[in-house]
Design a protein around this ligand. Structure first.
Ligand SMILES: *[C@@H]1O[C@H](CO)[C@@H](O)[C@H](O)[C@H]1NC(C)=O
Ligand SMILES: *[C@@H]1O[C@H](CO)[C@@H](O)[C@H](O)[C@H]1NC(C)=O
Ligand SMILES: *[C@@H]1O[C@H](CO)[C@@H](O)[C@H](O)[C@H]1NC(C)=O
Ligand SMILES: *[C@@H]1O[C@H](CO)[C@@H](O)[C@H](O)[C@H]1NC(C)=O
Ligand SMILES: *[C@@H]1O[C@H](CO)[C@@H](O)[C@H](O)[C@H]1NC(C)=O
Length: 575
């Protein structure tokens, strides 16, 4: 979860790391006291999403406590009932049978007790065998942002909708910061796991100066918790660790695992949301249970240069195990790139990304993510393109679908890599490289890809594309989702989001891409979900029926669209 952004000073740490530190105050959400309770008078439909989750109005942020219980998926999320900027936060609650169509219920948690009087912030749900679901969340006890961990339980375990939640006085709060733990940087408890020794374990995110920390707590009864002597993991120069997530993944195969599963067939994923950069980073590694320590593999960089779930607007994510389909599902919050004033004018801010199934890639080095299969039920009219050659400078329109509300899957191929541009080892930051090269500058192999949300005369467009470089020992593949030309509006955030794709082009000359286009979102999955980028964009001309979709190539190597399928998407039923 998230506070006031004050003055930033930048400090050069080492070669590529520029750390932004806050002068004493946590970065958190920027606070706009004058806007927090400006109630929403009207809701603008123009850029609202048709199938990405968003409530009818107001501000949302972190997904909280996702779970599957008695045939129903539950999604809670941080919500401002009074306006469209952060503030007055409660846990809103929606339920679904398919993760796509949602009904909202009464707010599950809102400030009502001394231990959460100043806020009910993020947390997780654990289904405790024999007891049912238990929510662990962060309560704020005073106006100095002192944080404690609290629990809530359903009033009626027989109600599959879990409509009412109670916060018992007994045992609450279950955790206060011990001596040595920073009580104003102490939040976002994880889902608990049960170890073979009979202890429940959870993590809580924190920091000590600039060292990010995940403290570990143990309990026999889920109510009395004791802090372990050392954190499960920590890392210098990373700042506050928000929303930690820790779970096992299968070494082979894409089935998900229950959070308590252990054995030689699993590896672990450790994720935290770095408050300073506001992206979600993860490592793959080993959990040494006897010592309760997590050690990232040497193939997983630990810190700002590390792997991200998503290289765009995607933060404070949380995963859960879905026993009905044996999969692990990841939810992430995608914030606005619009100005606060425009958020207030629109009457809403924030969406949830499409829930993604996650599993370990066969290389063991990274995760793979893919939109849950239920999304395909919204696919309507389909169009195809096959064996379409694209010479340099070619644009071919994908006609016959609603281009502003679509799902596109495409495979590109090329005969040779000879023309690939030379990679400069200085280019370690994908986003900077995308800014440097973009889609307009002629390349060798690439830039090629999709041109989404393009206006009639190309005044606006959001290209999602690959660009391939020849590195010293292998090819380097860049995936960009470049919002710089996405809108004629100038006063907004239009980054050239990008990530590298870990793929071996020595054996195959193909790259695949899927983009979910939904009015103000372009959510893309590169190479089967290895590198993913969600961009929020607000075109002024490329809206509704005025938006167009193309495939393009701006590199000298001819590209073939081997196969493209695109669908008009029906709206999800979200009330
Ligand atoms: C404790 O947390 C607060 C809020 O994030 C921060 O301002 C302060 O610098 C932290 N203190 C230490 C020692 O990390
Ligand atoms: C970390 O914070 C503590 C407590 O505020 C302070 O005494 C110490 O000097 C800080 N250490 C560094 C390296 O900044
Ligand atoms: C990384 O770890 C593996 C064992 O897990 C080891 O075989 C390999 O040599 C290590 N590589 C480096 C560069 O340290
Ligand atoms: C949200 O949007 C702003 C741009 O308006 C961006 O700078 C910020 O880091 C974003 N992400 C989060 C998680 O707040
Ligand atoms: C391709 O390059 C041309 C020439 O620089 C440019 O006008 C056009 O916008 C580029 N296409 C994309 C999708 O960037």
């Amino acid at each position: 979860m998230v506070l006031p952004k004050c003055r930033y000073i930048s400090v050069v740490f080492f070669a590529f790391v520029v750390l932004l530190i806050n002068n004493g105050v946590e970065a958190f959400h920027k606070v706009y006291p004058h806007l927090q309770s400006v109630s929403t008078i009207s809701v603008s439909g123009q850029h609202r999403t048709a199938y990405h989750f968003q409530p009818p109005k107001n501000w949302i942020n972190d997904p909280n406590g996702p779970m599957y219980y008695k045939g129903i998926y539950h999604l809670f999320y941080q919500y401002n009932p009074k306006g469209s900027v952060w503030g007055n936060i409660v846990w809103a609650h929606s339920v679904s049978k398919d993760l796509i169509n949602w009904r909202s219920l009464e707010h599950a948690l809102y400030p009502s007790k001394p231990f959460d009087k100043f806020g009910c912030w993020s947390g997780s749900a654990t289904i405790v065998p024999g007891k049912g679901p238990v929510i662990l969340y962060t309560g704020v006890v005073d106006d100095k942002q002192t944080q404690v961990q609290c629990y809530a339980i359903p009033e009626d375990l027989n109600d599959p909708l879990l409509q009412k939640w109670v916060k018992p006085d007994k045992f609450n709060p279950i955790l206060v910061a011990n001596k040595g733990v920073n009580g104003s940087a102490f939040r976002d408890p994880t889902t608990a796991w049960l170890s073979k020794d009979g202890h429940w374990k959870i993590l809580v995110g924190s920091r000590k100066n600039l060292t990010g920390i995940a403290y570990l707590y143990r309990s026999k009864d889920f109510m009395n918790w004791v802090q372990a002597k050392h954190p499960i993991h920590s890392k210098g120069a990373t700042g506050m660790w928000e929303c930690p997530d820790f779970y096992p993944v299968l070494l082979r195969g894409n089935a998900g695992l229950e959070t308590s599963e252990e054995g030689n067939h699993v590896k672990y994923v450790f994720k935290n949301s770095l408050d300073i950069t506001r992206f979600d980073y993860y490592t793959v590694g080993t959990y040494f249970k006897d010592k309760d320590r997590y050690v990232p593999d040497n193939t997983s960089e630990d810190g700002w240069g590390g792997l991200r779930y998503d290289y765009g607007n995607f933060y404070a994510s949380k995963s859960f195990f879905d026993p009905s389909k044996n999969r692990r599902i990841l939810w992430g919050w995608a914030n606005e790139s619009d100005t606060k004033e425009d958020d207030v004018r629109k009457g809403w801010a924030g969406i949830q990304a499409i829930p993604r199934t996650v599993w370990l890639d066969s290389t063991g080095r990274q995760l793979v993510q893919w939109p849950v299969e239920e999304l395909n039920n919204l696919r309507g009219k389909e169009v195809n393109m096959n064996s379409q050659k694209l010479q340099m400078g070619d644009y071919v329109e994908v006609k016959g679908i609603t281009a502003a509300q679509a799902d596109v899957e495409v495979t590109f191929s090329f005969a040779s890599l000879d023309k690939a541009e030379t990679y400069d080892p200085k280019w370690v930051n994908a986003q900077d490289l995308c800014a440097l090269k973009g889609s307009k500058l002629q390349g060798g192999v690439g830039p090629f890809g999709l041109l989404t949300l393009a206006s009639q005369n190309f005044e606006e467009f959001t290209p999602v594309f690959f660009r391939i470089f020849k590195g010293p020992d292998k090819h380097v593949v860049l995936l960009c989702s470049d919002a710089r030309s996405s809108s004629l509006k100038s006063s907004m955030y239009k980054p050239s989001f990008a990530g590298f794709v870990d793929v071996d082009l020595a054996t195959k000359r193909k790259l695949s891409l899927r983009s979910l286009i939904d009015h103000s979102v372009v959510e893309s999955f590169g190479e089967g979900g290895k590198t993913n980028i969600l961009s929020r964009v607000y075109p002024q001309l490329a809206v509704a029926n005025q938006a167009q979709l193309f495939v393009f190539n701006n590199g000298t190597e001819p590209i073939s669209v081997e196969n493209l399928k695109a669908w008009s998407m029906n709206p999800a039923d979200i009330k």
